[in-house]
Design a protein around this ligand. Structure first.
Ligand code: FDA
Length: 596
């Protein structure tokens, strides 16, 4: 045992949640220790889609370009979602996804200065760990969390070193449980998980097979393969084929018939099945197999005392909508500025309470809807008779798709409708990716304008899962708008003017009092508040008129943004002098930083 090693922060788990937390904390100059039970970062690709909201977090600390360079862009040449009878065989339906959906490309462009990218965990995690190590974190692999004890000012954690086979202790001011879906930290804290028990499971088979000859005309990122004509094993009710790399690395996810025995079969059995799923004799090399459960669970709360949990430790759900790794990174982005501000005495430790209050509802919503997105496939199973054990019945259902009868016509409409419903959310959930609402949090101050709306942010949104609501209502993500300089210079996003560890106050013509107030309070609270004035003759100009359309306040008003790019508060217009503005802003800053 010996004397505990002292550190400010200890992060348990080096997946997307833990490793990104180390990066974001390191960007504030916080130093600490990051440990992982495994000997290396993710050895299988797992999550792929890194969405724009997540890229905005990485952009904030200068990691976007590095990660873009190791990602595959998403465009119409490789991003179909489809339903088929084998990879080489007949297709039943195709849908576009993400920004490759022609009707929606513009919406994705408008939403963010970043883009969705295909970035498997095998490539993401080493970059995160590298950034963290180069910026103040010590990383130890083969180091397993065993137990912990919380005192008034520190937490003492026992870790098992798998190399020396010894236990050693770390004493940290704050501890973070980012130890994934089987979280021992969560078990230790005895935080209840809510939701529903997992009933379904699946087996992922990772493999190499060159399918480029098939993908030329069918560039599918995700294929749901049904084989109604085969009397196939019950471990393959449907096989979801996910491209890892164009076009020779794949994950074949086998979903069994409900009630099938839960087991991983032999490599030979999967090989035989995979050959059928591909359908043209292409050689296959299986590299890895793993079983996973389709979870629908979220923690009742995310923190106990000085211990904060994030990532799969607190939300467990299927990969539909591609939100697993993204939500984990966004948890850590939410947490990092708060922890850094508290450690640097810029905020009261009570600010940390807002982490669970803000992120737990996001997790609950996400877990519910990713499961819902998966359930949207059930009507397709029913229409195609997939669940029936009889080949004859399944073939009859399939043949109806091409029959010349009224019933068949109705079935075709239902089938296409069911495919639409799947595609709408599965990989077109721009809304769920962006529309996070922290307005009930103590670290948000309600709009104090005379004409402040209640909480109408989503009122005009016909489908908040699909469509992004761009608003500066406090508690919502700062919308991206391109701004210009009076001199010839590249456009700059509002997103880039905020963040970087500082508060940002957006104002415009007539809002000079906010500038003076922000500068006074920055000095008084030792917290940087950057002011950005937008309008003709101001520091930044709004040549497209988008900021004026979206800012929700008058030109002299104020939109205050937290370091994590969420709007903290807004006020309609300047209604007094510098003293008035300082008093107003002071109340807000003290509330947000829990100093009141
Ligand atoms: P993650 O599980 O990634 O990391 C946990 C970390 O904690 C690891 O470093 C581990 O070593 C460490 N750890 C665990 N116990 C420990 C202990 N006792 N002591 C010390 N360290 C400990 N998602 C998605 O969106 N799309 C997808 O296609 C897939 N596919 C997929 C396939 C497979 C096989 C898996 C397992 C998962 C997925 N996922 C996925 C889910 C996605 O991978 C997941 O949401 C993120 O990895 C979550 O990141 P975390 O950092 O929270 O946990």
């Amino acid at each position: 045992h010996g004397k505990p090693i002292e550190t400010d922060v200890l992060i348990i788990g080096a997946g997307p949640a833990g490793a990104s937390l180390a990066c974001f904390l390191a960007s504030y100059g916080v130093k600490g220790i990051l440990v992982s039970r495994d000997s290396t970062s993710a050895e299988t690709p797992r999550a792929h889609i890194t969405n724009m909201a997540t890229f905005e977090c990485f952009r904030d600390i200068g990691l976007e370009d590095i990660l873009r360079n190791i990602s595959t862009p998403i465009d119409e040449t490789d991003h179909l979602l489809r339903w088929c009878l084998s990879m080489a065989g007949r297709e039943l339906a195709r849908r576009y996804t993400l920004q490759s959906t022609p009707q929606r490309t513009g919406e994705y462009k408008i939403a963010s200065p970043c883009e969705h990218m295909d970035l498997p965990q095998t490539r993401l995690e080493p970059e995160l760990v590298r950034y963290a190590t180069l910026n103040g974190f010590q990383v130890r692999w083969d180091t397993e969390f065993r137990t912990m004890e919380q005192g008034d000012s520190r937490v003492t954690v026992d870790l098992f070193d798998k190399v020396t086979q010894q236990i050693f202790s770390v004493s940290a001011k704050y501890v973070f449980g980012a130890d994934g879906a089987g979280s021992r930290v969560m078990r230790h804290l005895q935080v209840p998980m809510e939701g529903f028990p997992a009933t379904q499971w699946a087996v992922n088979v990772f493999l190499k097979a060159d399918l480029s000859h098939l993908m030329k005309s069918r560039p599918a990122v995700l294929s749901w393969v049904f084989q109604p004509h085969r009397d196939h094993a019950d471990f393959n009710m449907v096989c979801i084929v996910r491209r890892v790399k164009q076009w020779d690395e794949w994950v074949f996810s086998f979903l069994p018939t409900p009630g099938a025995r839960e087991e991983i079969l032999s490599k030979e059995q999967y090989l035989e099945e995979i050959q059928q799923v591909i359908g043209d004799g292409t050689p296959v090399d299986i590299t890895h197999m793993s079983r996973w459960r389709i979870n629908e669970a979220y923690a009742a709360h995310f923190s106990v005392g000085r211990v904060f949990c994030l990532g799969d430790a607190v939300h467990r759900h299927p990969p539909a909508m591609g939100l697993g790794s993204n939500t984990s990174v966004q948890d850590s982005y939410n947490l990092a500025w708060k922890v850094a501000y508290v450690l640097q005495n810029k905020a009261s430790p009570r600010l940390l309470d807002s982490y669970s209050l803000e992120r737990q509802p996001v997790a609950k919503h996400m877990v519910t809807h990713t499961n819902e997105a998966l359930r949207r496939h059930v009507p397709i199973f029913n229409i195609l008779g997939i669940i029936s054990p009889s080949v004859a019945e399944r073939l009859e259902a399939l043949s109806l798709l091409s029959a010349n009868t009224e019933t068949a016509e109705q079935l075709r409409t239902e089938f296409q409708g069911a495919a639409d419903a799947c595609a709408e959310t599965e990989l077109n959930g721009l809304g769920i990716e962006f529309n996070q609402d922290y307005s009930d949090s103590p670290a948000i101050c309600a709009d104090t304008s005379d004409s402040a709306p209640g909480k109408p942010a989503l009122e005009e949104n016909p489908d908040p899962l699909r469509f992004h609501t761009r608003t500066t209502i406090p508690g919502w993500r700062l919308p991206h708008v391109w701004l210009n300089k009076a001199i010839p210079e590249n456009e700059i996003s509002t997103i880039d003017l905020a963040g970087k560890g500082k508060f940002a106050l957006f104002t415009g013509i007539g809002g000079g009092v906010w500038k003076e107030a922000a500068s006074k309070l920055s000095a008084e609270l030792n917290v940087s508040i950057r002011t950005i004035s937008i309008g003709y003759g101001q520091e930044y100009e709004d040549l497209y008129g988008d900021w004026a359309r979206i800012r929700g306040v008058e030109s002299s008003g104020a939109v205050l943004v937290r370091p994590d790019n969420f709007v903290a508060w807004r006020h309609g217009k300047a209604e007094g002098d510098e003293k008035w503005a300082t008093e107003k802003l002071s109340l807000v800053m003290r509330k947000v930083l829990a100093l009141d």
